[in-house]
Structures are given as C-alpha cells and as structure tokens.
Design a protein around this ligand. Sequence first.
Ligand code: PNS
Length: 179
Amino acid sequence: MKVLAVYPGSFDPVTHGHLDIIRRGSRLFDRIVVAILRNPEKKALFSLEERRRILVNATSGIPNVTVDSFDGLLVDYAHRRGARVIVRGLRALSDFEYEFQMALMNRRLDSSIETVFMMPSETYSYLSSRLVKEVVRLGGSVAGLVPPEVERRLRARVGNRLKGSRRPSRGKVQPRRRG
Ligand code: PNS
C-alpha cells in the first residue's frame, strides 16, 4: 500500500531545516504533501502565494513532493488527502512538549493518522524561521541556512539597508548534503 504523508507548517519562510526533513521524508514515504497553514489570524511575513512559490521552487528536484495549503483541522485535511502520516521535525528538547501535545490531540481527533517525528541534520538543529527573520532584520547573514531565493526575498522585505551587512564569522555556512 502506498503511504502518503503530510508535512504541515507555516513555512514563513522555509529553511534548510525544513528542506532537510522533506528530503528525508521523501525517501521514506511514497509521496509527501508539504501543506502550508492558511491562517489569516497569524500575521505572516510572506503571503501564502509567496510561500507556496518558494516551496515549489525549493522542492522542484524532489519528484515525490507536492505543495498545497490548508485551513481548519490538520487531521481533516490529512484525511481528505488520504494521508496516513503527519510528519513533524524535532530539533531540540524544547520542541518536544508542544509537538507531543499536538500529536496526541491529533491522534485523539483521528486515530487512523500517525504522527512521525524526524530529526534534521544536526547542522540545522538550532535553525528556525523566526531566528532567520530576526537575523536578517538586524543585518546578519543567513547564507547557507535558507535557499538563496529566500535570502534575497528576506533582504528585500526586512533587511536593513545599512552597507555591509554582517557576515558569518568563519566563512560561509554550507548546507550538508546528507546527515
Ligand atoms: O510551522 P508551525 O507553525 O509549527 O506549524 C504548526 C501547524 C500548522 C502544524 C499547526 O498549527 C496546525 O496543525 N494547525 C492546524 C489547526 C489544527 O489542526 N489544530 C489542532 C492541532 S492539535
């Protein structure tokens, strides 16, 4: 039986940590739908359409990945799509409590869907969309932590216009090929 997995999130914006999880998941499941939460109450930096386009470009090299959006309950969306798995990335212990609550609530809502946690490469274990936005806002470099398209868009959107924004202190951070 083919296993379809949903990888939900805000992806505001997508980072190499998210892409690492998507790549790992794509090797494990027959198909992964990256599902962007449509939430008008949560003020996002990038519009839904921008986030969708960025994700489509960033995952274009992975054949069994598609990008979609959803609102309402995640388990309802997963059920409609015929997905039996929800994928979530776990970085550090600090993620665990929130993720554990969500996974158990989702299981209570629909026991036919399993949440599978995957760990990104340790290279990205500290990485978050929130930190990436903050660093760019304050003039720092996020090269190697997000796709170049995201870095460009972030700079245009929130980067300060001071000349010579701060570079990483020990050369460029390169994304790891495989963990
Ligand atoms: O990237 P994020 O913001 O951590 O993703 C959170 C997300 C989208 C997975 C979560 O907010 C979600 O599933 N929202 C949909 C509404 C829902 O189903 N809520 C009940 C979950 S227990």
